[in-house]
Structures are given as structure tokens and as C-alpha cells.
Design a protein around this ligand. Structure first.
Ligand code: LLP
Length: 386
């Protein structure tokens, strides 16, 4: 079990996100070193966590950012990222977001449809600038992850289908304000199996050959994000196996001189460094069940309610060696406001702190004020003992 400075936690109102800065730095430097050694480029998918402190650490580690909205581009600029370190993805880019991105002279737009390409060309023409574009291709690979976070199979809204690729590329090549310089893929999230990534390499090679035949000069080969983390055993696997992951692509792709390999991990960089810290309000006994009612709810961490995700729950206050079985639920008026059923925990009492682990990605950033609840705040380990 990880050690939490619970004596310090008493200074703060719960629930809050607690970030282990030391682990985050170690994770970022593991990725940074790997990228430097192999000459590839990493853009952090900031949708996973856009907390300014986290963005600052990502920037310090020398990475760029992958943005999916004008809001994220603004947050990246505020955090000090240069336009050249920003990629802009997403199926529905609004005109004002495209304008903002062009004004910031971002590195590249990842474009997902022909109408979007035409629109970007028109806006760029009005501004008399060139828009650098990567075509997002849907490789039709099933990553066998939760259906809400699978993105690379036919019939979902993401990317250009392989049969529509020629038309897209030919249009891009004759669009005066478009510089088609990249190709982009992303097959899903929380992928722990190597096979889908290996299959992706094959598709990337095919697509690159096809683009070359069509006369496109591709310099950016972006294979997306998606590397999963160990939600069941965060302390055994605090840092994902980046080496193995990068290796799959290095072995599986034969890039041409001048072609850069790009990754855009989100969860793998920040997932394990965060926990939602919540306090036990009541232990309620009901027919056949014991409910631990905590002060954090699905508005603070929605992943269990939305994706049936499970975050490891730890009673970080208890010194008891006796366990009991509990359902851990939040205070929101919805049955899906439940973090775990039949959880074996050291005896739980009112006032104990529980940690919901591996919540650094898609936790704080997906919080809402449902039920007029305040948004959870964030505490960084290096803020303590000050
Ligand atoms: N690139 C693109 C184009 C993406 O759509 C995503 C995530 C990423 C990169 C980063 O993926 P990662 O490395 O984090 O797996 N809210 C969900 C996850 C949604 C992922 C959306 N796209 C969750 O809590 O599991």
C-alpha cells in the first residue's frame, strides 16, 4: 500500500485529488529519456488532466501537448507551450477554434473529415497562412477495450475510413492553404494487450505506402495514445512499461529519413500519480450489506459510473488488521454513484480517509458540479509540509 501523509490531509477539506509529484516526475522522465534516446516525439494528451501544475511539469520534461479544443489550446499557451509544440485533434473543430490554432501557429491539425479539411483550407486562405495537416485514419483495429473508449474500428465517428483516404489526400494536395504533412492514428484507450499496437504498425506501413503513391510528403507519423495502466495493482506497476511500448513501434515501423514518430499518451503519463481522497461520512448497515458512504461522489470521479471502471480503494486511516466487506458509495442521488461493491477493507469507521487510486487521468478533469457540489480541489505532494 502506498504511503499517504494523512496527518497533513487534515488541513484540507475533502474530497480532493492528491498528486504524488515525485512519481509524476519519475514517469515523465522515463518517457522523456526514452523519447530522446529513440528520437521520437511525445505530445501529452492533455484531455487526461489539464491541471496547470501538471502541464507545467509536462512542459519542464520537454514534451509537447495534444489538444482537442480551443480551451485546451488556450490552457497550453497559458502554460507556456510554444505553438510548435501543440497538436490539435478532434472530430468537431469550430471555426473559432481553428482560427485560434492558426493564430498560435500550431504544429499540426489532425483532421478527421473532408468537410473539416475544406473548412480549414478556407479559414487559412482568409488568413493567408498555411495549415499543416495530418490525416487521421481509421485503421479498423479492435483494441478490445471498453466500447465507449474504442476509437479505431469502422462505424465510429473518428478518422477517415481507408476507402475514403484517396479522395481526402487528393483534395488536400490541391488545397492551396493546406500542407498535408502527417498521418495520425489512435485506436482506443486503456490498452494493455500488445497485439492491437502490433496490428496498428502493419496498417501504418500500408497507409504510408499509399500516401507516397498519391504524392504526399509525410513527415509526421503519429500513432496516438492508448497505453493502459494497472488499475488493480498501482503500487506494483506505478510506471507503465513504456520501453516495451515504444519498442513495438520501433520494431514494427520502417520510417523514411525525415519522418518523425509521434506518440500522444495521456493516461499512461498521469494516471498513477493521482488519487481521489475522500472521507467516510457514515457506515450504514442494511439487510445483508454494509455501505460505506463517502463524501466524494460520481461528480468528483465519474469513471466507475460511466465506464464500470474500478479504482482500487484503500482505507488509508485504518490501523485495524481485521477486514470486513463493504459497498463504497457516494452521496449523489443516483444508484450508479458507487465506487465498489464487496470491497474487502480494514474495518472502516466514520472519519476515515479512503484513497481511490489511479485517478490522475480522466478524474479531476471530468469532474462536474452535479447536485450543486463544488468541484474537487487538487493538492500536490510538494505543497505539503510548507
Ligand atoms: N489521442 C487521441 C486522439 C485520443 O482520443 C486520446 C484519448 C488520446 C490520444 C489519449 O489516450 P490515452 O493515452 O489517455 O489512452 N475518459 C476515458 C478515456 C477517453 C480517452 C479519449 N481519447 C476514461 O476515463 O477511460
Amino acid at each position: 500500500m502506498a504511503i499517504f501523509p494523512i496527518e497533513e490531509f487534515d488541513k484540507y477539506e475533502t474530497p480532493f485529488y492528491y498528486y504524488d509529484v515525485e512519481l509524476l516526475k519519475r514517469t515523465l522522465s522515463a518517457v522523456g529519456n526514452m523519447a530522446r534516446n529513440s528520437g521520437c516525439h511525445v505530445h501529452y494528451a492533455m484531455k487526461a488532466n489539464a491541471n496547470p501544475r501538471i502541464l507545467a511539469l509536462v512542459k519542464e520534461a520537454g514534451m509537447g501537448v495534444d489538444c482537442v479544443s480551443g480551451g485546451e489550446i488556450s490552457a497550453a499557451l497559458e502554460a507556456g507551450f510554444e505553438g510548435s509544440k501543440i497538436m490539435f485533434a478532434g472530430v468537431g473543430k469550430a471555426d473559432k477554434e481553428i482560427e485560434l490554432a492558426l493564430d498560435a501557429n500550431i504544429r499540426c491539425f489532425n483532421v478527421e473529415s473532408l468537410p473539416e479539411l475544406i473548412n480549414i483550407n478556407e479559414i487559412a486562405k482568409r488568413k493567408s497562412v498555411m495549415a499543416r495537416v495530418a490525416v487521421r485514419v481509421n485503421p479498423n483495429i479492435d483494441a478490445h477495450t471498453h466500447h465507449y473508449i474504442t476509437t479505431g474500428v469502422n462505424g465510429n465517428k473518428f478518422g477517415i475510413e481507408l476507402e475514403d483516404l484517396d479522395e481526402f489526400v487528393n483534395t488536400a494536395l490541391v488545397s492551396e492553404n493546406i500542407d498535408l504533412c502527417g498521418v495520425h492514428f489512435h485506436i482506443g484507450s486503456q490498452i494493455l494487450d500488445k497485439e492491437p499496437f502490433k496490428a496498428l504498425c502493419g496498417k501504418v506501413e500500408d497507409v504510408l505506402a499509399r500516401l507516397e503513391r498519391l504524392g504526399a510528403l509525410i513527415t509526421i507519423v503519429d500513432v496516438g495514445g492508448g497505453l493502459g495502466i494497472d488499475y488493480d495493482a498501482p503500487d506494483e506497476h506505478p510506471i507503465p512499461d513504456f520501453e516495451n511500448y515504444f519498442q513495438i513501434f520501433e520494431n514494427g515501423l520502417r520510417l523514411k529519413p525525415g519522418q518523425e514518430l509521434h506518440f500522444e499518451p495521456g493516461r499512461a503519463l498521469v494516471g498513477q500519480c493521482g488519487s481521489l481522497i475522500t472521507k467516510v461520512l457514515y457506515v450504514k448497515e442494511s439487510i445483508g450489506r454494509k455501505f460505506v458512504i463517502v463524501d466524494g461522489g460520481m461528480n468528483d470521479l465519474i469513471r466507475p459510473a460511466l465506464y464500470q471502471a474500478h479504482h482500487k480503494i484503500e482505507n488509508i486511516s485504518s490501523v485495524s488488521h481485521v477486514d470486513d466487506i463493504y459497498d463504497v458509495v457516494g452521496p449523489i442521488c443516483e444508484s450508479s454513484d458507487c465506487f465498489g461493491t464487496d470491497e474487502r477493507l480494514p474495518i472502516v469507521s466514520r472519519g476515515d480517509y479512503l484513497a481511490l487510486r489511479s485517478a490522475g487521468a480522466y478524474g479531476e478533469v471530468m469532474a462536474s458540479s452535479y447536485n450543486c457540489r463544488p468541484l474537487p480541489r487538487s493538492i500536490f505532494s510538494d505543497d505539503l509540509y510548507l
